[in-house]
Structures are given as structure tokens and as C-alpha cells.
Write a protein that binds this ligand. Structure first.
Ligand code: CU
Length: 241
């Protein structure tokens, strides 16, 4: 059933409340979600049909006397079947989840762009570096009340995000990407984003971290690779002067 569900996920299915993510990684999660929802619907409709069939076929009729009707129990083949079939369904969902998670967390050896994202009370900063760790550009939060910082990503290129926290645990969450990751002090969480279309998306802290947690907002802008690299070089000039 799960196999059918995942196969169906390739078609134009509704989003079922999730986001049609603008990254190849987010697409894996998106399709997993669609597969889960189709599997859920198949099971749900099957159960509803059984319920309505039982309600109508075994309703109390005129010819039935008083008292309980014939009681049926201990049907071994059926009991074994309805134990094993759900176990198989859960095993299938588990399998596809592991496959999708591995695809989402897979990192390439040589990403074109690297950005260190630092969460702190209460904001985010984005430091673009080269492979050696030299800072090429920094996006820091504007002064309070002057808007929120923006992380810029190049389209159709791999960007390695190294996520860290300066103080407590924060949640780096971009709903439209179908992705969330903890920013933890003393830990470097690494993952890749490979954007597939331009746009601006909202991000926020998803882990309650104190008084101004609600102000830990940011946006993500995906722009063409050429525009991105023009922007990056203009920032490099600023950093070096
Ligand atoms: Cu936070």
C-alpha cells in the first residue's frame, strides 16, 4: 500500500497542507508527506467502508428477537491478518521515511557556497565563507524594529549550511522548505540546500528560547546564481576594506 502511495506521489497530488518546497531536499519531504497522506486516505476509506457495511448489514431487523445476536469471536486467520497487515504498513512507512531522511540530510563533498548560520538571543546572522572558512560576506540582523535579516541562496547550486548557536538551543525553521533543524551551542549541524526556483520565504525560530523568541524572524531569498555571485563579490569588497 505504501509502495502504491509513494508511486502515486509522483503525480500531481494536492499538497495536503504541506509546502511544495523550492529545494531538492524539501521536495523529498514533500513527496514523503504526500505518500503518507495517500496511504492514510486508502486505509481511512477502507475502514469507513467496513464500518458502514457492518452497521447496515448487521443492523437490528424485525425478525430478530430480543437479546444479543450470535456472537462471533476467536477467528484466528482474521486476527492474524489484522495484526500483520498494519505491521507491514508501518514497516513500509518507516522504510520510506528513512530513505527520504537520508536524502534530505545527505551532503555533497564540494558545495559551491558555504554559509554559517548563527542563532543567538535574539536573532540570526549569516556568514558566507570559502572552503577554508574565510568570511566573504556577513548578513547581520538590522537594529531592532528595522526589519529582519535575509539569507540569500543561489538557485540551482548547492549551499552548505553550518548551523550553530551562540547561547541556547534555537530552531532554524523555514516552513516553505519543509525543513527545520536545531541550532545547538557547541554543535555544528551541517546540511545542504539546493534551490530549484527563485522567491522569498519566511523563516523563524521554532524552539522557545526566551523573552524575544517571537522576534527571531528572518527571510530567505533565492536568486539566480549570477545575481548571487554578483552580490557576494560586492559584499567581499566591503569585508576586505
Ligand atoms: Cu530562538
Amino acid at each position: 500500500m505504501a509502495v502504491v502511495a509513494i508511486a502515486l506521489a509522483g503525480c500531481r497530488l494536492p499538497s495536503f497542507g504541506s509546502f511544495d518546497a523550492p529545494t531538492t531536499q524539501g521536495q523529498k519531504t514533500y513527496h514523503l508527506w504526500q505518500g503518507f497522506m495517500v496511504a492514510t486516505l486508502v486505509v481511512g476509506v477502507f475502514v469507513w467502508l467496513l464500518i458502514f457495511w457492518a452497521v447496515f448489514a448487521y443492523r437490528k431487523k424485525k425478525k430478530d428477537g430480543e437479546g444479543l445476536p450470535k456472537q462471533t469471536r476467536y477467528n484466528m486467520p482474521w486476527e492474524v491478518a489484522y495484526t500483520i497487515v498494519p505491521l507491514l504498513i508501518v514497516a513500509g512507512l518507516f522504510y520510506f521515511t528513512v530513505v527520504a531522511e537520508n536524502q534530505v540530510t545527505q551532503v555533497v563533498a564540494n558545495p559551491q557556497t558555504r554559509v554559517t548560520v548563527t542563532g543567538f538571543r535574539w536573532g540570526w546572522r549569516f556568514d558566507y565563507t570559502d572552503a577554508s572558512g574565510k568570511v566573504l560576506a556577513s548578513v547581520v540582523p538590522p537594529t531592532v524594529g528595522q526589519g529582519y535579516p535575509q539569507m540569500i541562496l543561489p538557485d540551482h547550486e548547492v549551499t552548505r549550511v553550518t548551523l550553530v548557536s551562540r547561547d541556547v538551543v534555537h530552531g532554524f525553521y523555514i516552513p516553505a522548505f519543509d525543513y527545520s533543524e536545531y541550532a545547538q551551542p557547541g554543535l555544528l549541524n551541517k546540511f545542504d540546500f539546493t534551490p530549484t526556483r527563485d522567491g522569498v520565504f519566511d523563516g523563524k525560530c521554532a524552539q522557545y528560547c526566551g523573552l524575544r523568541h517571537a522576534q527571531m524572524l528572518f527571510t530567505v531569498r533565492i536568486m539566480s546564481s549570477s545575481n548571487f555571485h554578483t552580490w557576494l563579490s560586492s559584499q567581499e569588497a566591503k569585508v576586505s576594506t
